[in-house]
Design a protein around this ligand. Structure first.
Ligand code: NCD
Ligand code: ZN
Length: 344
């Protein structure tokens, strides 16, 4: 196949950041996605309805004038979150709340220290119909970083899913065969997002032949067998799995450092990379479900009008992007060839 048309897609997991960074990140996503689930891990995090409303407005202000992109807002859960916070956030249109175990990833220090204490909050979310988005990794120092997702399933997720059968839960950016199997075996109220980097790469791409900080993200890339399990499940077209880029920019000097930040900035190439992966899998007919249908259906939102077109054409992902503040960000797969291109 040399070209493909799919219904306009959405990004179900994204980091826009804030301030003048929005002038880069919002247009980059809005070039092909109609909606995106916006992660709340700012400094300080988005923890109440007021912050949601103001952040949403800042995002809309950074939207290109001819574009009707729509941010879908989320609330950052902490052990201080109250039922009232959930109700008020829901009233202003907040779609979901995000659970970061404290210390799991970028800007998660303020997040959840005791998961069990949040059960009344999950109950309220189930009641008002707000989705729960989970960064599913334990954070204990003694648990190997490559085992943290599996440990989270065994220790926490199994119990949450069983305790709240009517709560819609997204197991975010899954990275292991264990997660795939768990989602497949669970009821229809559990789904998962998958990033381009976890479909395209494994931990050799991070560590073999030199450390590649721009492939460093959390959850960290896993061994090839896990990557294969993710690729296999998206190729089946199963509706419980959908697109979430986890595009998460950090300035170059923050990534290329003795203690580099986690996150890949993929927004300017993500839909193309997903298309390349589905092409490699001989599953281009499953791309539209993954990118444009399964997420909207799971969230209970209408599918988008319109289509985007991609053509099979080589192009080179830029080495760097200059941010509005003059600093540089190195995009995911900088300088590498992508075999599919978005057509305007
Ligand atoms: C994200 C970020 O930088 O905000 N980083 C990442 O590696 N994915 C946070 C996250 O989603 O874990
Ligand atoms: Zn993320």
């Amino acid at each position: 196949m040399t070209h493909i048309k799919i219904q306009t897609p959405d990004d179900w997991h994204l980091h826009f950041r804030d301030g003048d960074m929005l002038n880069e990140t919002v247009p980059a996503t809005a070039r092909c996605f109609k909606r995106a689930i916006v992660m709340p891990n700012l400094v300080p995090p988005i923890t109440d309805a007021n912050m949601v409303v103001n952040y949403r407005k800042r995002i809309l202000d950074a939207r290109p004038s001819d574009n009707n992109f729509e941010p879908l807002m989320t609330l950052y859960l902490t052990n201080d979150t109250t039922r009232e916070d959930i109700i008020l956030a829901k009233e202003v249109g907040t779609v979901a709340a995000k659970l970061y175990p404290a210390g799991a990833t970028t800007h998660s220090d303020a997040a959840v220290k005791s998961l069990e204490d949040l059960y009344p909050i999950f109950e309220e979310m189930q009641e008002v119909g707000m989705l729960l988005l989970i960064h599913g990794e334990v954070t204990d120092n003694h648990i190997d970083i490559f085992d943290r997702e599996k440990e989270f399933i065994d220790r926490h997720l199994t119990k949450i899913v069983a305790s709240f059968p009517d709560l819609k839960i997204v197991f975010e950016h899954i990275t292991t065969k264990d997660a795939v199997d768990f989602v497949l075996a669970s009821n229809d109220n559990l789904a998962a997002t998958i990033t381009p980097q976890h479909l395209l790469l494994n931990r050799n791409d991070l560590l073999a032949g030199g450390i590649r900080p721009h492939n460093y993200c959390l959850p960290v890339l896993k061994r090839g067998t896990h990557q294969q399990a993710l690729r296999k499940v998206v190729a089946t077209g199963n509706k419980k799995f959908f697109l979430g880029t986890d595009s998460a920019p950090h300035e170059k000097h923050m990534k290329e450092s003795s203690c580099g930040c986690a996150g890949c900035y993929s927004a300017r190439s993500a839909i193309e990379i997903y298309t390349q992966v589905f092409d490699e899998l001989d599953a281009l007919d499953k791309l539209e479900g993954f990118a444009s249908h399964h997420g909207a259906d799971f969230y209970g939102l209408p599918r988008n009008n319109g289509v985007i077109k991609l053509v099979k054409e080589d192009w080179i992902i830029p080495e760097q992007i200059i941010l509005p503040n003059g600093n540089t960000v190195v995009p995911f797969l900088a300088g590498q060839k992508c075999t599919w291109k978005l057509k305007d």
